[in-house]
Design a protein around this ligand. Structure first.
Ligand code: NAP
Length: 280
């Protein structure tokens, strides 16, 4: 029931109509009997500052930020967590007694999902990330906190790859590779993570990796969740590798945001069921 004590959580982005976040969060608020509501707001760029100031003035509890505002929103917040600052993007904001504090839950959400869903331990692992965009950066920062053996970044765009390499080299053992080294690095890696849009609907037959390079010891992860099982994951499955789909990252980035707004940890399996249902 909505009453005068209901707390509002928002989502700002553009476009926003495809988002599964309102369904996921509202269903969890209901299941846990929490007096919160989650609403999506499609905001035009010239109105971004006014929209954020409005949320603050109205005392809303917090909001998520999605494409294309994850970077621009940082100009209008009171504080930004160290991790979001390093990543250079915010996807979750909490209103802490009138102060808007920005976080990035994408990378942490990804790693939590990878560990919980595959049971893998990152200790001493050789990890290959395909791509060097926004999601790659968030994931790489979170992975760099673990005592891994080596992080390899494959980027078709050398200058973008170099920026990520430079930012990570103080934090972990990292290398940057191009097309010529891809085959050998795929073969050597324990975990392969696709963060490029290659394989995303409608180009569902595309993959950057030749299936012959994969083996059953590996964990192969794709952050795309449309389709849920990409060509890369189908190929990995046919080689008996362990696979990890992109749905987990979406669920867990939301779960961590939910924890920040409500101080309650929702059930990840229930959240997954809700999203699976709405994807059908
Ligand atoms: P982004 O910032 O545009 O980065 C995409 C990266 O992929 C760039 O490094 C880009 O290289 C590279 N790339 C694109 N096409 C390529 C190709 N044909 N060959 C090699 N590299 C290629 O995008 P993003 O925000 O990181 O998102 C990437 C993907 O992750 C999207 O499919 C998105 O839907 C998905 N995603 C999923 C979740 C989740 O919750 N599961 C969260 C965030 C994102 P260039 O710079 O050279 O173009």
């Amino acid at each position: 029931m909505i009453d005068s004590t209901t707390q509002l959580i928002g989502l700002i982005g553009n476009p926003i109509k495809h988002s599964k976040s309102p369904e996921m969060h509202n269903a969890m608020f209901e299941k846990l009997n929490l007096n919160y509501r989650y609403l999506a707001f499609e905001v035009e760029e010239p109105q971004l500052k006014a929209a954020i100031n409005g949320m603050k003035a109205l005392g809303i509890r917090g909001f998520n930020v999605t494409i294309p505002y994850k970077v621009k929103v940082m100009d209008f917040l009171d504080e930004i967590s160290e991790q979001a600052m390093e990543i250079g993007a915010v996807n979750t904001v909490v209103n802490q007694q009138g102060k808007l504090i920005g976080y990035n839950t994408d990378g942490e959400g990804y790693v939590r999902s990878l560990l919980e869903e595959t049971g893998i331990d990152l200790n001493n692992k050789k990890i290959l990330i395909l791509g060097a965009g926004g999601a790659a950066k968030a994931i790489a920062y979170s992975i760099a906190k673990y005592p891994i053996k080596k992080l390899t970044i494959y980027s078709r765009n050398i200058s973008k790859g170099n920026l990520l390499f430079e930012a990570l080299k103080q934090k972990t053992t990292v290398e940057l590779i191009d097309d010529n080294q891809l085959k050998s690095l795929v073969e050597q890696s324990d975990i392969i993570i696709n963060t490029t849009p290659v394989g995303m609907s409608p180009n569902i037959l595309d993959s950057l990796i030749n299936p012959k390079w994969l083996n059953e010891q590996q964990v192969v992860s794709d952050i795309i969740y449309n389709p849920l099982e990409t060509q890369l994951l189908k190929d990995a499955k046919s080689k008996q590798a362990t696979i990890h789909t992109g749905l987990g990252m979406f669920i867990y980035q939301g779960l961590i945001a939910f924890e920040k707004w409500t101080e309650i940890t929702p059930d990840a399996d229930q959240m997954r069921k809700i999203v699976m249902e709405s994807l059908k």
